[in-house]
Ligand binder design. Structure first.
Ligand SMILES: Cc1cc2nc3c(=O)[nH]c(=O)nc-3n(C[C@H](O)[C@H](O)[C@H](O)COP(=O)(O)OP(=O)(O)OC[C@H]3O[C@@H](n4cnc5c(N)ncnc54)[C@H](O)[C@@H]3O)c2cc1C
Length: 325
C-alpha cells in the first residue's frame, strides 16, 4: 500500500527511525556533522519511553545527580531544535519497511516513501504498555494509574504504590515531599531496584512485603485495597486516595525480525560500530543487542555518536567529523 505513496526526490544521507532519546540525539549529531537527515516517529510526541515517566527522577545521567525524565526530554529536544531546520522530525509517521535499490534504500512509511543512503534504527523495540493489575472490579476505579504524567492530583493525598522495581521505588521517593503518605506494597521481600533507594524509602515511607493483592472495594466512599501476607496469609485493608501500579511494561511491539536484519535476544544484532547484519543499516538504543549491552538512556546516547560518526566516515571519508577534537 505504502508503495503508492509519494516518493520524495530527496536522497537522505541517513534516516533515523524513532525519536526516543537515542534517535533525537542521533538527529542532533547528524546535523552537527552536516549530514542530510530526518527523524521519523510513529507516535504524536518525541521522547520515547521517557514520556511514560516524565515526572520520575533519573539518577544515572552523567552531570546530573538527579533530573526528571520530562526535563531530560525537553533538554534533548531544545538541543535538537537548534538544528531542526537541517534535520526535520516527522511525528505520526510509522516506518514500515525498506528495500535496497542500487546503492540506496527506499524506506516506506505510512505517510510517504523516502530515499536514503543509510538508516539508523532507533525504534527501541517498539511501543510498550504497562502491565495491568488483575483484580475483578478494577475498571470501576478511576483512581488507579499505570504511569504518572502529572503529580498535582496526588498533593496531600494517601498514595499506595504496587511493585518492587526502580519505577515503584523512584516514584515513592519522588512523591514523598508533596503527598500525605506513601505506602509501597511488594509481593516479595527482595526488590529489583537500586538498593540505596530502597533503603531510603524504607526509612521515609511505609513499605509492606511480602504481600499479594486480593481485592479492591469502596467502603463509605473510601477506596480500600485488601492485601494478603504471602507467608502467614494475614489480611490487611489499606485505604488510599490514589493507587499507582508499577508491574512493568509489556511490549506491543512490531516484530523486529520483520525488518530482515539478524536478531539476537529479541534485538538487532550489531557490530561494535553499531552496524546491523545489513550493510549501511545501523541500530542504537534499546533495539540493539551486543554482549554487555545495557538498556539505559546513557548507552543509547553514546551509541548515537558511534553510529553517526561511522556513517559520516563511510559516506564522506575525506570530511572532518566534528566528533574529532
Ligand atoms: C518506567 C521506566 C523507567 C526507566 N528509568 C530509567 C532510568 O532511570 N535511567 C535510564 O538510563 N533508563 C531508564 N529507563 C530505560 C530508558 O527509558 C530506555 O533505555 C530508553 O528510553 C531507550 O531509548 P531509545 O531511544 O533507544 O528507545 P525508546 O525510548 O523506546 O524510543 C523509541 C521510539 O521509537 C518509536 N518507534 C518505534 N517503532 C517505530 C517505527 N516503526 N516508526 C517510527 N517510530 C517508531 C517509538 O514510538 C519511540 O518513540 C526506564 C524505562 C522505563 C520504562
Amino acid at each position: 500500500m505504502t508503495e503508492n505513496l509519494h516518493l520524495e526526490n530527496n536522497l537522505y544521507d541517513v534516516i533515523i527511525i524513532g525519536a526516543g532519546p537515542s534517535g533525537l540525539f542521533a538527529g542532533t549529531l547528524a546535523a552537527m556533522n552536516q549530514l542530510k537527515a530526518c527523524i521519523i516517529e510513529s507516535s504524536s510526541e518525541y521522547g520515547g519511553q521517557l514520556t511514560l515517566y516524565r515526572e520520575k527522577a533519573v539518577y544515572d545521567m552523567p552531570g546530573f545527580s538527579k533530573i526528571l525524565a520530562g526535563d531530560l526530554v525537553n533538554s534533548l529536544y531544545q538541543q535538537y531544535l537548534g538544528y531542526a531546520d537541517k534535520v526535520p522530525l516527522y511525528l505520526n509517521t510509522q516506518a514500515k519497511n525498506f528495500k535496497k535499490v542500487d546503492d540506496y534504500f527506499i524506506l516506506s512509511t505510512d505517510q510517504n516513501t523516502l530515499k536514503t543512503k543509510t538508516i539508523i534504527m532507533a525504534n527501541g523495540g517498539g511501543m510498550f504498555q504497562p502491565k495491568r493489575l488483575d483484580l475483578e472490579n478494577i475498571d470501576s476505579f478511576d483512581n488507579v494509574y499505570y504511569y504518572v504524567q502529572k503529580t498535582d492530583i496526588f498533593k496531600n493525598q494517601d498514595i499506595v504504590i504496587l511493585g518492587g522495581g526502580d519505577s515503584a521505588v523512584d516514584w515513592g521517593l519522588t512523591l514523598l515531599d508533596s503527598v500525605k503518605s506513601v505506602t509501597l506494597i511488594h509481593r516479595r521481600n527482595d526488590f529489583r531496584a537500586h538498593e540505596q533507594n530502597v533503603h531510603l524509602l524504607k526509612e521515609k515511607a511505609t513499605v509492606l512485603t511480602p504481600y499479594q493483592t486480593v481485592k479492591l472495594e469502596k467502603k463509605n466512599n473510601q477506596s480500600v485495597l485488601t492485601i494478603k501476607h504471602a507467608e502467614t496469609g494475614e489480611l490487611k485493608d489499606i485505604k488510599f486516595d490514589h493507587l499507582i501500579v508499577f508491574y512493568g511494561m509489556v511490549p506491543i511491539r512490531e516484530r523486529l525480525d520483520q525488518w530482515g536484519m539478524e536478531i539476537e535476544k529479541n534485538a538487532f544484532k550489531v557490530t561494535c560500530a553499531l552496524e546491523t547484519s545489513v550493510k549501511n543499516i545501523y541500530a542504537i538504543g534499546n533495539s540493539v543487542y551486543y554482549e554487555g549491552k545495557l538498556r539505559m538512556i546513557v548507552t543509547g546516547l553514546g551509541e548515537a555518536a558511534t553510529a553517526v560518526g561511522q556513517i559520516t566516515k563511510t559516506l564522506y571519508p575525506n570530511k572532518m567529523s566534528v566528533f574529532k577534537h
